[in-house]
Design a binder for this molecule. Structure first.
Ligand code: ARG
Ligand code: MN
Ligand code: MN
Length: 327
């Protein structure tokens, strides 16, 4: 049930020779659904549940409108919050039931958005919200490419996680490695194809995750690779890997891929991350590739932020994916 009118972001990016005025585009390219997921129980610290509202306060809707997109739906997924003084039920996968509930709701919203022909923009929340996003996307797209911007690989399973935090397990669920995986989510499609998955920004991996990346042959551009090759080469390669022979690219953007000096408001900061321009440049290249079919931006933690810096940066990066250019 592939949508013929695949809504791609940035389709209106001005090409050389275009008139100065914004180029009119057909409506389907310019429809967007905002799916807010205020869920933070699967993260390492409190506060990621405040991310969606913070991004809106930082001007997200204004930015979307000024790029000429019509907001076709705006939903706030009803998410469980931690009851006071009740300990997590399991240590191997904390708040598993809650993650499952939220994943099903996110899956439904993403599916409906795609059926309507709009572009899903999912706002986390911690990175466990990606499980629901991937579930909804795979239901719609047979061959999904994924570019995962993150300091972390989020490949842990219940048996291998050292923390029990499920935001570190979302891709294991997407690939079908963990016991809790996409097949347990009502409405989900098939697992993500590891050969169509690309990491960008990795620099903090658990031993099991390193082994998995090697064993599966997953393409991973670590910070070392970005230093060595430059973001231009990295993002171009990533677009080829995730974009060729697929129905489109999903951009899963964990704000902790950025250097903590740029994005202090994240729950699991790791030094030595992407610069402001590296991140924007990658988003701009994704926009002009015309391959991006959905995006999620996660792990904005307003409680740890300074002057809304991280949320504002997040809004800017979303704008770049949606086609905002400097000139
Ligand atoms: N989405 C994230 N920020 N994930 C961080 C995961 C950190 C660590 N690898 C863990 O499994 O707990
Ligand atoms: Mn992550
Ligand atoms: Mn991360």
């Amino acid at each position: 049930m592939k949508n013929e009118n695949i809504p791609v972001a940035g389709a209106h990016v001005k090409q050389e020779g275009d008139a100065q005025q914004a180029t009119p585009v057909s409506a389907y390219q310019k429809e967007i659904a905002l799916i807010k997921v205020p869920f933070g129980l699967a993260g390492a610290r409190n506060g990621a549940e405040l991310g969606p509202d913070e991004l809106v306060t930082a001007g997200l809707k204004r930015e979307i409108a000024s790029l000429g997109y019509r907001l076709t739906r705006e939903v706030r997924v009803d998410c469980p919050v931690q009851p006071a003084n009740v300990p997590a039920r399991r240590l191997t996968a904390k708040y598993l039931n809650e993650v499952q509930q939220v994943s099903e709701k996110v899956c439904q919203e993403v599916s409906s958005t795609l059926e309507e022909g709009a572009f899903p923009l999912v706002l986390g929340g911690d990175h466990s919200v990606a499980i629901g996003t991937l579930a909804g996307l795979t239901a719609h797209y047979q061959k999904l490419g994924v570019i995962w911007f993150d300091a972390h690989a989020d490949l842990n399973t219940e048996d291998h996680s050292l923390t029990g935090n499920m935001h570190g397990m979302s891709l294991a669920a997407g690939l079908g490695h963990s016991t809790f995986n996409l097949s347990q989510i009502r409405g989900a499609g098939s697992f993500v194809d590891p050969s169509k998955l690309v990491y960008i920004g990795l620099r903090d991996l658990d031993l099991y995750e390193k082994k998995q990346i090697r064993a599966m042959g997953i393409r991973a551009f670590t910070m070392h690779d970005i230093d060595r090759l430059g973001m231009k080469h990295v993002i171009e390669q990533a677009i080829v890997i995730a974009g060729s022979g697929t129905d489109g690219i999903h951009v899963s953007f964990d704000m902790d891929c950025l250097d903590p000096r740029e994005a202090p408001g994240v729950g699991t900061p790791v030094p030595g991350g992407l610069s402001y321009r590296e991140a924007h440049f990658a988003m701009e290249c994704l926009a002009s590739s015309n391959h991006v079919v959905s995006m999620e931006l996660v792990e904005v933690n307003p409680l740890l932020d300074q002057n809304r810096h991280t949320a504002r940066l997040g809004v800017g990066l979303i704008a770049s994916v949606l086609g905002k250019t400097i000139l």
